[in-house]
Design a protein around this ligand. Structure first.
Ligand code: ATR
Length: 283
């Protein structure tokens, strides 16, 4: 009887693995989701040493863990480690969500759908037929390309400081839509309806070199970063007449909501959680 009792009360185990990990909001977000949807689960943050990722995932699996989120710097390693990948993870070359089961490791990438859902559902901004600029050609940019292109923008331009990376990235997604890669000097005479910052520049309070005439009327500017204060790109956007200026808090919650759905088959109310986090960020 005690075994059955133990099994009944035991919470399903989830975690986020990364390095560093101490500032991750994922445990808090998933605890809010679990409470909201009355799901019995526990979600922790696990610091993993560089070189120790595969071992850490194996240990978590062996201990009966149900699922993982993966963050910097292990998303590419997770892509290699999993035994099965979703189409969007396959294209992203990175995995941020693992589901364990039947001896398999199913890998997905929810970053792109998180961004698209935040834009489309939370902010009512359509991507279809729009001119979209994505700044940056690193992992963050790669992770969102397939879901962005699936929305059928009129064109998607990737601009990057290292031009070759933008060109190569665009080429590898060319089968999915109208996509071009270039340097920042290439965007001098073009205007965009949606500009997304996927560079790490905001982290250092820096800004890619953007022309003053970049924004079309009522353009939306979106920084994948977020913080208590507007990022340097958000400040630039406000000063250059953007119609909407958004940070990445909604994307963070939406990618988590999609992971939660993959694991639990239940969609949490992400808007309520975004509002909670927003209020706490400001206080
Ligand atoms: P991530 O996984 O977060 O995308 P990354 O792979 O290191 O991290 O990529 C960082 C991106 O930010 C790159 O596109 C980088 O440009 P380069 O490819 O030329 O290095 C971009 N980036 C970082 N700092 C920048 C800055 N100050 N100005 C413009 N772009 C910057």
């Amino acid at each position: 009887m005690s075994d059955i009792f133990d099994f009944d009360v035991r919470k399903d185990q989830y975690a986020v693995m990364g390095n560093p990990i101490s500032h991750s909001k994922s445990p808090y977000i998933h605890s809010l989701f679990a409470k909201q949807t009355s799901q019995r689960l526990e979600y922790t943050a696990i610091h993993v040493d560089l070189g120790g990722f595969a071992q850490a995932v194996g240990n978590f699996d062996a201990a009966g863990g149900k699922g993982l989120n993966i963050t910097v710097p292990f998303k590419q390693e997770a892509w290699q480690l999993v035994t099965e990948r979703s189409e969007r993870a396959e294209r992203a070359g990175a995995v941020n969500t693992i589901r364990f089961g039947k001896g398999q490791l199913y890998g997905d990438n929810t970053d792109g759908v998180g961004l698209v859902n935040d834009l489309r559902i939370n902010h009512q901004i359509a991507i279809k037929a729009k001119r979209v600029l994505l700044m940056g050609a690193g992992g963050a940019a790669r992770g969102v390309l397939a879901p962005l292109l699936a929305e059928q923008p009129l064109e998607l331009v990737i601009a990057n400081r290292t031009v070759d990376k933008a060109v190569e990235l665009a080429m590898s997604f060319a089968d999915m839509g109208n996509i071009k890669g270039m340097g920042y000097d290439g965007i001098n005479d073009i205007q965009f309806d949606i500009v997304i910052n996927a560079t790490a520049a905001s982290l250092q309070g820096q800004l890619p070199p953007l022309p003053d005439e970049l924004l079309a009327e009522n353009a939306c500017c979106y920084d994948m970063m977020y913080g208590a204060e507007p990022t340097s790109f958000m400040q630039w956007a406000s000063a250059h007449g953007a119609g909407r200026v958004l940070d990445g808090l909604g994307m963070l919650v939406e990618q988590a909501a999609e992971s939660f759905y993959i694991w639990r088959g239940v969609r949490p109310d992400s808007i309520a959680v975004i509002e909670t986090l927003r209020a706490e960020t400001k206080s």
